[in-house]
Design a protein around this ligand. Structure first.
Ligand code: SF4
Length: 409
């Protein structure tokens, strides 16, 4: 693995956060800088460096930002209020790319799953879930995952690498392309909410996730409200406060158990950060209160965590730590080779009733997109960790052509 504990040349948080983050800098293959993934200040600086006069830089930044994030254009030619000369200059230095959507599957319930292929051939999945009053985009933050939660299909795929801010923002862009929602006022939008619950642990890719969310929240761009963004963590305790302070989005925690014995088994990260530490960090999460509760995700696994006594244990924990909490009960979504079964429907209902009766909201989340394997815990792309020999071969070839390849340990 590359040594990322040294100060990073991009000023990103060094990877002393366990496990080491897989660093990767944004180096486009054609030498052009991609506009997606730059924040507005960076775009302005890049424009000045490209020769745009300083006194025009704010205006040009605003024009480009608007074309990219309000109109969804992917070529400078389409920017009608930008002069021909400037457009030519921009096209020489920059691009506005989209990753390739290698596969788009539409479920009979309206869920859409996109298999997205990035410039280096790695893939991740993005899922759009429409509801009566909202449309939620479930975004991936990594290719694969290090955490191996036992009930999760993604966890069976090794971590290949972190996604860049560009690649995280791009997932929103391809969904908006597919849903044809450019040039809409905020009232007509189909993607109203974002959940960072796709592939990967977002708090192990903090800098890129933070940057991407700030770009999507930018008041002159897509303007997603931080109240409509939820970041889901498996319990990376040391990063939780930072997440609340620096991103300020809603928090969801993949809890799935009510004591350390069970959680150690199904969420192995629990061996490192015990439930007591996790729940204390939840109690201190910035901005959490009764009107903005923490969501606990709880996958219902037959004979593992679904008994009445577990429901009571859950209530006691929420009360003990005085958590402004709601619990999402998720019927387990099976995938090939899983050792678990979904709890019986009657038991899920009973569990929900017990928690509700204690005054804690515990809705049962109906599975969405099961027919296209897009439901919670079912995502898994075909990308595999690059073998060391293959990585070395790629690095050698890249060095000869002037590109940069980083990744695999
Ligand atoms: S549940 Fe999330 S953190 Fe756990 S293995 Fe799956 S993708 Fe990784």
């Amino acid at each position: 693995m590359s040594d990322v504990s040294a100060a990073s040349p991009t000023g990103m948080t060094p990877g002393a956060i366990d496990p080491h983050v897989v660093d990767r800098f944004e180096q486009p293959v054609d030498g052009k800088m991609d506009i997606l993934g730059l924040d507005r200040a960076e775009l302005k600086t890049a424009l000045i460096e490209a020769g745009v006069p300083e006194k025009q830089a704010n205006m040009r930044t605003q024009q480009i930002w608007s074309w990219v994030y309000h109109h969804g254009v992917t070529s400078f030619d389409e920017m009608k209020n930008v002069s021909k000369d400037v457009k030519a200059k921009l096209a020489e230095r920059f691009r506005i790319s989209r990753p390739t959507v290698v596969d788009a599957q539409y479920s009979e319930d309206g869920t859409r799953k996109y298999l997205v292929k990035f410039a280096d051939g790695n893939e991740a999945e993005t899922v759009y879930i429409p509801d009566d009053d909202r449309g939620t985009l479930c975004i991936s933050s990594q290719v694969g995952c290090t955490l191996n939660c036992r009930f999760c299909h993604t966890g069976t795929q090794k971590l290949v690498r972190n996604l860049t801010a560009n690649e995280i923002v791009a997932q929103m862009m391809i969904a908006r392309d597919d849903l044809e929602e450019w040039d809409q006022s905020s009232h007509g939008r189909k993607v109203t909410n974002i959940v960072l619950m796709g592939m990967g642990e977002p708090l192990y890719n903090f800098d890129n996730v933070k940057k991407a969310m700030h770009i999507l929240m930018d008041e002159q761009g897509i303007q997603m409200s931080r109240r409509r963004i939820t970041l889901s963590t498996s319990g990376v305790v040391p990063m939780m406060q930072k997440c609340g302070d620096e991103i300020g989005v809603n928090l969801a925690v993949s809890l799935h158990a009510t004591n350390n014995d069970i959680r150690d088994e199904i969420v192995p990260l629990n061996k490192k950060y015990k439930m007591e530490q996790l729940l204390e960090a939840c109690a201190k999460y910035p901005g959490a209160h009764n009107a903005r509760r923490i969501t606990f995700e709880y996958t219902m696994l037959k004979d593992v965590n679904d008994k009445d006594e577990h429901a009571k244990e859950l209530i006691n924990l929420i009360k003990k730590y005085k958590l402004p909490a709601k619990v999402n009960l998720i019927p387990f979504n099976p995938w090939p080779g899983t050792p678990y079964e979904c709890s019986e429907w009657d038991q899920i209902k009973r569990f929900s009733d017990i928690v509700f009766q204690a005054g804690i909201s515990a809705p049962i989340r109906m599975p969405r997109g099961r027919d296209i394997m897009a439901a919670c815990g079912q995502l898994k792309s075909e990308s595999q960790k690059i073998r060391k020999s293959e990585l070395l071969r790629q690095q050698k070839a890249a060095a000869e052509s002037g590109e940069v390849v980083v990744g695999a340990d």
